[in-house]
Unconditional design. Structure first.
Length: 188
């Protein structure tokens, strides 16, 4: 099996940011949350709040989207083309995507791609997390809980924050654009 990160790995960009921009273009009212979102970003940078809380404050804009499922359908119709070409040539039937993005946001595209998904559980009505952000070591914990004996043939990611997943794979590939590179060596 192959396992992939999603954003900037098989998707050209950050789907959470792109979905926000898509929503902002349709519902300017969400701009009223900029002060709290900027404050959360600053508090996270200062290490006063964790990533999960920072993202939860950012995702509070979901409550202003009247039919988020319909909005999500429109988003994926507009952004389906951002799935990178290399993915089609590396895809296997038993692939899994492990992402920090909200699960409900990636479910439609993963269904279309025919791939299983492990992602952050976020309430689409209000942006509240159920559990931790699926990031770093949390990806490994969530993957192993669902697939305790699975062997990852190749793991693909654009980020060194995914080194915990890279360490449990037979091979890891560092993705830069459409370029597939060997995973950088870790320094002890």
């Amino acid at each position: 099996m192959n396992v992939y990160d999603f954003d900037k790995t098989i998707y050209d960009g950050d789907s959470s940011i792109d979905f926000y921009a898509y929503n902002l273009s349709k519902s300017w009212i969400i701009a009223l949350l900029w002060p709290s979102q900027l404050m959360a970003g600053a508090l996270y940078k200062l290490k006063l709040i964790d990533k999960t809380l920072m993202k939860q404050i950012f995702y509070a804009y979901f409550r202003f989207i009247p039919d988020i499922d319909k909005r999500l359908d429109g988003f994926w119709k507009a952004n389906r083309s951002k799935i990178k070409a290399f993915y089609a040539s590396t895809k296997k039937e038993d692939d899994i995507i492990v992402s920090a993005s909200p699960e409900f946001m990636l479910e439609p595209i993963c269904r279309e791609l025919g791939v299983r998904l492990i992602a952050s559980r976020v309430d689409k009505r209000n942006g509240v997390y159920t559990g931790k952000n699926c990031f770093g070591e949390e990806k490994v914990k969530r993957f192993r809980k669902l697939y305790p004996d699975a062997v990852i043939e190749v793991f693909y990611s654009d980020s060194l924050s995914d080194s915990p997943m890279a360490r449990i794979a037979n091979e890891a590939v560092f993705v830069v654009g459409e370029q597939l590179n060997p995973w950088p060596k870790e320094e002890n």
